[in-house]
Design a protein around this ligand. Structure first.
Ligand code: GH3
Ligand code: MG
Length: 502
């Protein structure tokens, strides 16, 4: 069954259709009885009108919303309406006055209200046996005057009511079964879709958003959020929230929401009804760590949580947890791949990629962009005199000084060895020279114990003043650095516009 047909096929509607057919059967049988046994009686017009009214109720049910029809109160209301019609019909048929009628009404009432077939069958058996005995021995002192025609009429009604009860039970069960099958199928489809969504993205936020959104849709939930938990610190933060557009790293105090705390501490799912709402909390566990909690708030339907829902959540949470773990590992690997191990600054490759992107943006918007290349002066001497670890320590400290000397949207990287670069977006040459000189000054101010002070030379280049392409921009900064070194070091040099023109 493809998804289009799936949408059209609704077990509730099927159930409803069968129920109509059954009621029409009652109408036809009752009309048949009325016509043949009371065609000439004075009650015939009234009986006829009653049959029409009963038929009209069947038509009216067509307009009742399916949700109301399927609810137990809806079904009970329809049953009581039927009971009312049957009682009036019996009254008009002049059958009352016998114990049999009362017994029948009782049985019918039991049948329609509790839909209990066994009770109906048993009572029917008892009543039939009693009726047969009374009729056979003609025990007239009980004033039990029932003729054969009435007996047949009643029998037919018994059969119809039995049929009614039996079929309506069967239909209800069928509807439930098809609903179960459809729900299983829907869950399986959703799982496939979620798994596909998860495997197509390795970004943690994307992974979580896929899970959150699909879960909210499937469960028809009011809100679904995913709370990430740091396995080391136990700090919880809301990573994805499906309601509204806000997706924040909002801190969450697990202790403040009892369901969250219980699910986290006990590593188990929590399903709880809180007033109008029902709350579900499902821990996402991978490799024995609770990576997060799926927190779903839905409408309280009054129904207990089904085994199926629990199983669905279980598979969902473990798939999401593994995908989340993979995404986290991938992000970690990716971060390492673009970070310089010694300084923690972005490495050369990341710098190249960022410069391409920033230069592209500067070209598109015709904004200036400046580049600094910073080279430590005489680091070789430090290495030679104090050893490589001391040189490393100096490089690390200078990296930190450069990082702190930049604005948030500047991009500082380790170019290689004892060379650093800083990309300064939206910065004209004079501004870049100021930044470069400030960084140079800060580096020179640091006193290294046992080593003394280390200075740095800085070359500055600018788009579009000195170069239009990435390679030229780097080359221009390099040449400016050469000028700074030649000029005596511990200074900033920029590539002269006239020099470029030569
Ligand atoms: P200047 O740049 O002022 O001309 O002198 P310098 O001594 O800094 O320049 P040179 O290019 O001659 O040497 C660079 C030195 O930087 C060589 C190497 O020992 C040192 N160096 C490069 N990378 C590292 C590193 O990762 N750790 C340490 N300790 N030293 C490094
Ligand atoms: Mg150097």
């Amino acid at each position: 069954m493809d998804s289009d047909k799936l949408e059209q096929y609704r077990p509730e509607t099927e159930h409803r259709r069968s129920f109509f057919s059954l009621r029409w059967l009652v109408v036809i049988l009752a009309s048949y009885l009325t016509l043949f046994s009371h065609l000439s009686s004075a009650n015939f017009p009234v009986l006829f009108v009653f049959m029409l009214l009963f038929a009209a109720t069947n038509v009216a049910i067509v307009f009742v919303p399916t949700a109301w029809f399927s609810s137990s109160s809806g079904q009970r209301a329809i049953s009581i309406c039927d009971l009312f019609f049957v009682t009036i019909t019996f009254y008009l048929l002049r059958i009352p006055g016998t114990y049999l009628y009362l017994a029948f009404i009782l049985i019918f009432a039991l049948a329609v209200i509790w839909s209990e077939l066994k009770v109906v069958l048993f009572s029917l058996l008892v009543v039939s046996v009693l009726f047969g005995l009374f009729n056979y021995f003609r025990i007239q002192q009980f004033e039990f005057a029932v003729n054969m025609e009435q007996f047949l009429t009643l029998s037919l009604f018994f059969v119809v009511s039995m049929f009614y009860v039996f079929l309506s039970r069967q239909l209800k069960r069928d509807a439930r079964l098809s609903m179960d099958v459809l729900e299983e199928k829907r869950n399986a489809e959703i799982m496939v879709e979620i798994t596909r969504g998860l495997s197509s993205s390795l970004k943690t936020q994307d992974v979580l958003r896929v899970v959150g959104n699909r879960l909210r849709e499937v469960l028809d939930a009011v809100e679904c959020s995913i709370i990430g938990i740091d396995p080391k610190t136990g700090d919880a933060a809301e990573m994805v929230r499906t309601q509204g557009s806000e997706s924040s790293d909002r801190k969450v105090d697990l202790a403040a929401v009892p369901e969250l705390k219980e699910a986290y501490d006990g590593r188990k799912m929590i399903f709880r009804d809180v007033g109008e709402q029902s709350v579900a909390v499902v821990p996402m566990i991978a490799q024995d760590n609770v990576l997060g909690l799926i927190y779903v708030i839905g409408r309280n339907t009054g129904r207990p949580v089904s085994e199926r829902t629990i199983r669905f959540f279980e598979i969902m949470a473990s798939t999401a947890a593994n995908a989340l773990r993979n995404a986290q590992l991938f992000e970690e690997v990716e971060h390492r791949a673009r970070t310089d191990f010694l300084t923690g600054l972005p490495n050369h490759r990341y710098f190249q990629a960022t410069l391409s992107a920033e230069l592209g943006r500067a070209q598109r918007h015709s904004h200036p962009l400046s580049l600094l290349i910073i080279d430590l002066d005489y680091l070789k001497i430090v290495n030679d005199r104090f050893g490589h670890p001391s040189g490393d320590m100096v490089i690390r400290a200078v990296a930190e000084t450069i990082r702190l000397g930049c604005r948030d949207f500047d991009f500082a990287a380790r170019y290689g060895g004892e060379e650093f670069t800083v990309i300064l977006p939206e910065t004209p040459l004079p501004g870049a020279i100021l930044v470069a000189d400030r960084i140079r000054e800060k580096i020179a101010q640091v006193e290294f114990a046992g080593i003394g002070r280390i200075t740095a030379s800085v070359g500055v280049s600018n788009f579009p003043l000195n170069a239009l392409s990435k390679e030229d921009l780097i080359r221009a900064a390099d040449q400016a650095l050469y000028i700074a070194k030649n000029g005596g070091r511990d200074r900033v040099a920029y590539f002269n516009y006239q020099l470029v023109g030569k």
